[in-house]
Design a protein around this ligand. Structure first.
Ligand code: 5GP
Length: 227
């Protein structure tokens, strides 16, 4: 639950919003292309008002239908390099020939204020975020039910040439090899079931004791002898 930055002390025995203040979390969804990550991310953002997307910066060209500032902050190599030098990124990586990075702004202050962030980043970025902010990070990896199904999904998009699909398949297998760097692994054979699992993970992770920073004064209040 989002709350103010500095929660006021709770009245004894009252589970007020302040008392239940918690630190936000970084919810990372990674998967090979075609495993359903984008669909799930969109559903999660529409379903849950407490989580917001961390919008990455990228040097790759904008695709039809994408919106600058919503899907990515599109930039050029020089600007990206300047952001790297200026330490503006929490993490950054080269993926498929382009550079991608998570801007620091928003996320750090947002976490303190109790906001959760959703990250659609690859395994390299996941590793970097985990090294920096281990306790804030929840790592979820989506797997396709089979390689045939993955190929079918990549082909069904109908937007890419055969060579591009073959290349994506190769990359998908490389991405899958990093499955063991994640806390949760879900096989996406049914998008509704998969979505329900993602929602469950998020709900459970929000209840972690270490994240519920408002619990200490609340529990102290519960433990005060009756006066
Ligand atoms: P696409 O270009 O298809 O949108 O994304 C390609 C890959 O880059 C995806 O696997 C996506 O998760 C990853 N990606 C997107 N943004 C970032 C980022 O900020 N950091 C890292 N490390 N990977 C990212």
């Amino acid at each position: 639950m989002a709350g103010p930055d500095s929660p006021s002390p709770a009245s004894p025995g009252t589970a007020s919003a302040d008392a239940l203040h918690r630190r936000g979390l970084m919810f990372i969804l990674s998967s090979p292309s075609g495993a359903g990550k984008t669909t799930l991310a969109r559903r999660l953002l529409a379903h849950d008002g407490e989580i917001r997307m961390s919008v990455s910066v990228t040097t790759r060209p904008i695709r039809p239908g994408e919106v600058d500032g919503r899907d990515y902050h599109f930039t050029d190599k020089a600007q990206f390099e300047a952001m790297v030098t200026g330490e503006h990124f929490l993490e950054w990586a080269h993926v498929f020939g382009h550079s991608y990075g998570t801007p620091k702004s928003q996320v750090k202050a947002g976490l303190r204020a109790g906001h959760d962030f959703l990250f659609d980043i690859d395994w390299q970025g996941t590793q970097q975020l985990y090294q920096k902010l281990e306790t804030d990070v929840v790592r979820v990896f989506l797997l396709p039910p089979s390689i045939d199904e993955l190929r079918r999904r990549l082909t069904a998009r109908g937007t890419d040439a055969a060579g591009v699909i073959a290349e994506r398949m190769e990359r998908a297998q490389a991405e899958i090899s990093h499955w063991d760097g994640y806390d949760y692994v879900i096989v996406n054979d049914d998008i509704d079931t998969c979505f329900a699992k993602v929602v469950q993970i998020l709900a459970a992770e929000r209840m972690r004791r270490a994240r519920q920073t408002g619990l200490i004064p609340f529990v102290r209040g519960l433990m005060k002898p009756d006066s």
